[in-house]
Design a protein around this ligand. Structure first.
Ligand SMILES: Cc1ncc(COP(=O)(O)O)c(C=O)c1O
Length: 444
């Protein structure tokens, strides 16, 4: 491929070597979109354009870009300690962040394992679930249950319990012993619902059926996103999560909420678990944990799950798992500062306050060409479009391109356009995003 150079303010780099993830690489090289600077609600592109960020980086910069508190904390940490051995030694910030996470988590979920990403958090959570049953003498509980249209990252565990076919089909047999519940998306019953849809709680009963099929003594855990994010922002029907909880309790299964997107204020509460009033046994987090500043993920779990491992001789490693960068000092510093920003600036409450405004503005798009559903909660919204026949994803991709051209970054997942702006967004900026989206839809 020919090398590209440009006379624009930030010339393009040589683009041959980098394989861009989850990207149409050939199309991207023809029409590159590079961000060179960001601050607050805005990003600047390589060709000097300022874009309003409607997606918080990649559903992660919840406190906005380069939040001064987070930047200062990371710089300060780097001046003091770059890295500390993660196994058999540690450093104070990792403990501080774990305690602070426990403090905002549902009661009883007071232990934290750190990873570097959401994918690693998911694989770690699945391993904890399997090992937990084993250390309690229930080692036959090995089966895992996910859900169609679930996204749990890209590790082998995550794609195995995940339910997005294109993410699975190239990678062989995946891990064995996994079943999937049906997804809950149904336009016929629930299109244009405001908040949680009325129809669909009964779909949780599929869990009962799967568990009965295998016998509860063989099933370890169920993992769901409380709101499916990457599959298009699919809200749980009223009563659905409650029913999952009830079935898990009845059969001794662990319930894992993957809150990589829904955590840290996205739904107007620290976690969707709190927003929906359903307490899982394990929560996976990443993204907003550091407001996207430094890579980090984590698993927050019930105290007694941790305690179940604390048996045997004290010198033995209770859970043979971990990453060189688990609890990395820079990530831990970013995490503590992100929590400061969220709590001191009331950003979780702010998302709740802005929820009706975003909802109202988004539902104003009903009737625009090809719009077949609109969904939202907190500062998480989606507009689903009728796919072009035979060309799924094309319609939404066109809308993305037009919004980008007109100064707004949105995200597409399939034929859904998703909005997850930083929680610092103003009403006027919500107007700009929705108005830009409206014109992009009108062009269709
Ligand atoms: C619910 C959920 N789980 C896991 C992940 C994977 O996180 P990461 O990309 O940090 O590995 C994502 C990423 O979007 C996610 O949305």
């Amino acid at each position: 491929m020919a090398k590209r150079q440009s006379d624009l303010p930030n010339p393009l780099p040589d683009m041959d070597a980098y394989w861009v993830p989850f990207t149409a690489n050939r199309a991207f090289r023809k029409d590159p979109k590079l961000i060179v600077e960001a601050e607050g609600m805005y990003c600047t592109t390589h060709d000097g354009r300022r874009l309003l960020d409607g997606i918080a980086g990649l559903w992660c910069c919840n406190a906005g870009h380069r939040h001064p508190k987070i930047v200062a904390a990371v710089k300060e940490q780097l001046d003091r300690l770059d890295y500390s051995l993660a196994f058999q030694m540690s450093h104070p910030r990792a403990f501080e962040l774990a305690s602070r996470l426990a403090a905002i988590s549902p009661e009883g979920l007071g232990r934290v394992f750190f990873t570097n990403s959401g994918s690693e958090a998911v694989d770690t959570a699945l391993k904890i679930a399997l090992a937990y049953h084993r250390v309690r003498g229930e080692g036959t509980r090995t089966r895992l249950i996910g859900r169609e249209r679930g996204y749990h990252g890209v590790g082998f565990g995550g794609i195995s319990v995940g339910g997005i076919s294109p993410n699975r089909r190239m990678f062989g047999a995946l891990i064995p012993g996994v079943d999937h519940m049906p997804h809950t998306h149904n336009l016929e019953h629930n299109a244009f619902s405001r908040g949680q849809p009325e129809w669909g709680a009964h779909l949780a009963e599929e869990l009962e059926r799967i568990v009965e099929l295998h016998d509860p003594s063989n099933v370890a855990a169920v993992i769901v996103e409380p709101i499916a994010g990457s599959a298009g922002v699919l809200l749980p029907p009223k009563g659905y999560l409650e029913k999952l909880r009830e079935i898990c309790d009845r059969h001794g299964l662990l319930l894992i909420f993957d809150e990589v997107i829904t955590g840290f204020g996205r739904t107007g509460a620290a976690f969707a678990a709190e927003r929906f009033g359903v307490k899982p046994d394990i929560i996976t987090v990443a993204k907003g944990l550091t407001s996207g500043t430094v890579p980090m993920g984590g698993v927050i779990l019930r105290d007694d799950i941790f305690e179940a491992f604390m048996t045997g001789p004290e010198e033995t490693i209770e859970f043979p798992h971990g990453y060189t960068y688990s609890g990395h000092p820079l990530a831990a510093a970013a995490g503590c500062a992100a929590l400061d920003a969220y709590l001191e600036e009331g950003l979780f409450e702010r998302a709740r306050e802005l929820e009706p405004y975003l909802e109202e503005r988004l539902h104003g798009l009903r009737g625009k060409p090809h719009v077949i559903d609109i969904r939202s909660i907190g500062l998480l919204g989606a507009v689903e479009l009728e796919p072009v026949e035979g060309r799924p994803t094309l319609r939404a991709m066109e809308v993305f391109r037009r919004c980008y051209r007109d100064g707004v970054i949105v995200r597409t997942t399939g034929d859904t356009v998703a909005l997850t702006p930083p929680l610092i967004i103003s009403r006027e900026q919500i107007d700009t995003i929705v108005d830009t989206l409206a014109s992009a839809l009108d062009e269709a």
